[in-house]
Design a protein around this ligand. Structure first.
Ligand SMILES: Cc1ncc(COP(=O)(O)O)c(C=O)c1O
Length: 347
């Protein structure tokens, strides 16, 4: 039982091709931005069906830079879930703005137009829905609320809503390529996507010390570039993403077929969403064997934030969620083992 991994995705079959790609970069002498990064930016933008992709150093910087590129700054409020990774709020504070936390829908673990609307004020400058665990938040409805929507798509590379990819739904979107993500690189990496020429241009300036030409500095920006080795690795792995996500969806289907619903509330795709199961997160009032609870202390109650806002659904999700083993390489036999362990209550 103990040998079913929580994250069952290996890059081993791609090692040779990754090494070749890295060798190509090492021999090229172009290590920061350059042709590999430009090629990946074009390929990822085309994959998502969006006009621009701006590669940055990680998914946290992607959020800070994208918020600033959307015009968010000091004095502004940004509405977001508290049931997310800490970086969503952290990046907002680094951008000079104030995170305002809203509740979520318990079944999808995502924000809804109603939960967002309940906390909007005249100072709300943007909404950051998080496509949590690979589900997709209802971005088209959120856009009707009248302020820019920045998708935090860190956990949702390849997910779709009504046929449109996460990352192409909002005014802009951000991705993380941290190694555990559905589209990983070999270290830290991230990206901003948008259809807006001005947002893309400002994001490009901000990632490079606020400069267009390395000589004149028109913004106080960041040193936050995707490096060429990571871009080369991502170019090897991007063509595999859809197949990997299909494998993850097959694992989710196996959990259903093999009776996991008898032991926990299963994850449900938000309306119209094609879930890609970055994590397979169920809910249960009691501890599940091999399960790992996520975000047990939601962001609003973290010491650095310290908000006492009441978010009852967030609290329930934080208390009762368990991520079960998931990954492109998980076998049906391993899924059966997890279900059997939950049935017997063994750990
Ligand atoms: C929802 C969410 N937002 C932002 C991030 C930050 O990404 P990174 O670790 O690449 O900075 C992550 C991942 O770690 C995440 O899961």
């Amino acid at each position: 039982m103990g040998d079913v991994p929580l994250f069952a995705s290996s890059l081993e079959p791609y090692h040779d091709r990754l090494v070749q790609a890295i060798e190509r970069v090492a021999r090229s002498g172009a290590y920061i931005l350059g042709p590999e990064v430009e090629a990946f930016e074009r390929e990822f933008a085309d994959y998502l069906g969006v006009k621009h992709c701006v590669g940055v150093a990680n998914g946290t910087d992607a959020l800070t830079i994208a918020l600033r590129a959307l015009g968010v700054g000091p004095g502004d409020e940004v509405v977001m879930p508290s049931f997310t990774f800490y970086a969503t709020a952290e990046a907002t504070i680094v951008a000079g703005a104030t995170p305002v936390f809203c509740d979520i829908d318990l079944d999808s673990f995502c924000v809804t137009p109603e939960t967002v609307k309940a906390v909007m004020t005249s100072r709300t400058k943007a909404i950051v829905p998080v496509h949590l665990f690979g589900n997709v938040a209802p971005v088209p409805e959120l856009r009707e609320l009248g302020v820019p929507v920045l998708e935090d798509a860190a956990q949702a590379a390849g997910a779709k809503l009504d046929g449109v990819k996460a990352g192409a739904l909002g005014d802009a979107a951000t991705f993380s390529f941290f190694p555990s993500k559905n589209l990983p690189c070999l270290g830290d990496g991230g990206a901003i996507t948008t259809n807006d020429d001005d947002v893309a241009e400002l994001a490009r300036v901000l990632r490079f010390h606020g400069s267009q030409d390395k000589t004149t500095f028109i913004e106080v920006g960041y040193n936050s570039r995707l490096d060429a080795m990571q871009a080369a690795a991502l170019r090897v792995l991007l063509p595999e993403l859809d197949g990997w996500n299909e494998s993850r969806r097959a694992v989710a289907a196996a959990y259903e077929r093999l009776g996991m619903a008898e032991h926990a509330a299963l994850p449900s795709a938000a309306g119209g969403s094609r879930h890609i199961y970055h994590l397979y997160v169920v809910r249960s009032p009691h501890e599940l064997p091999l399960g790992r609870g996520y975000y047990r202390v939601p962001v609003h109650r973290q010491p650095a934030i310290g908000s006492d806002v009441a978010l009852p659904v967030t609290e329930e999700a934080a208390r009762t969620n368990y991520a079960l083993p998931m990954g492109k390489d998980l076998t049906e036999e391993q899924v059966a083992e997890v279900v059997a362990a939950c049935a017997s209550g063994s750990t």
